[in-house]
Design a protein around this ligand. Structure first.
Ligand SMILES: [Zn+2]
Length: 276
């Protein structure tokens, strides 16, 4: 399913695989997890997940698509790369660390294949520090932490920030085991300090956050506070699971659905590791 929305000159394509009703946890027709791509002035930012690739490419027909960027290598950001290259013949750019991962074959968990699908490995080119479209200029801001090689695209005169997965919500309660909470906080701080009057976040979950600085600051403060509290409880001898129960009440439902990959306990472990 694809939902198309317009935010001034920016077109948002919010997409996700619809349930066929075969999973007990999801009613038919419902999208379990949305992911968003954005098109502005011929520049496409991210390409959605493999399950929606054909529908996405169809929805781009008749629009001006000249170039694409992958904010990072995750399967819900590169899913239509192959089809886009086939149908539009466009160049796709990504950071140096992302390139081998987008062109490589790596293991996905069954929940990832179910929700997003396995992307066709694609050859992408190196992202420069700036991208100019006909009317706009985008700075590429390295924002690691969610994963290596993650970048955000920022149009400083407009105050637009295409933030990929570096910001999901003010108080995230679950992360994957490889996420680096201190790195995420540092990357968000970098975005806060950008020299621009306003900062509107266009997130990969499809949220458009008008006061992006406030949201990023709130998330940084939350992560620092969480890390402090978790470390205090660890000193008292509590395990990561016990700290999770004390701070969050219980494990999130996502942990069960993702074989423990996207879990609150991982968030506590990341907060304990974080040097903030
Ligand atoms: Zn991601």
């Amino acid at each position: 399913m694809i939902q198309i929305s317009q935010f001034g000159e920016i077109t948002q394509f919010k997409m996700g695989r619809e349930s066929l009703g075969q999973e007990p946890w999801q009613p038919p027709g419902q999208v379990f997890y949305w992911t968003a791509a954005y098109l502005v002035d011929g520049l496409l930012i991210d390409t959605g997940c493999p399950h929606t690739a054909e529908e996405f490419v169809r929805s781009l027909e008749g629009r001006s698509v000249k170039l694409a960027v992958n904010t990072h290598y995750h399967e819900d950001h590169v899913g239509a790369n192959y089809l886009l290259q086939q149908k539009f013949g466009i160049r796709i750019l990504a950071s140096r660390e992302s390139i081998p991962l987008i062109n490589g074959v790596y293991k996905l968990y069954p929940y990832q294949e179910l929700v997003w699908g396995y992307p066709v490995p694609t050859k992408v080119e190196l992202l420069p520090e700036k991208i100019e479209t006909e009317h706009f200029r985008f700075d590429v801001v390295p924002t690691p932490g969610h994963c290596k090689g993650h970048v955000a695209l920022v149009e400083l005169t407009q105050g637009w920030c295409f933030s990929g997965d570096i910001f999901a919500s003010r108080e995230p309660k679950a992360v994957r085991p490889e996420e680096d909470v201190a790195g995420i906080a540092r990357s968000m701080q970098k975005l806060v300090e950008l020299k621009t009057d306003q900062l509107i976040l266009f997130t990969s979950l499809g949220n458009v956050v008008q006061d992006g600085r406030e949201a990023l600051r709130a998330c940084i403060a939350y992560l620092k506070d969480l890390s402090l509290k978790a470390k205090r409880l660890e000193k008292q001898g509590l395990s990561a699971g016990a700290i999770r129960d004390q701070l969050f009440g219980r494990e999130t439902v996502l942990a069960g659905l993702t074989e423990g990959q996207l879990s609150a306990e991982n968030m506590i472990r990341a907060a304990l590791r974080a040097k903030m």
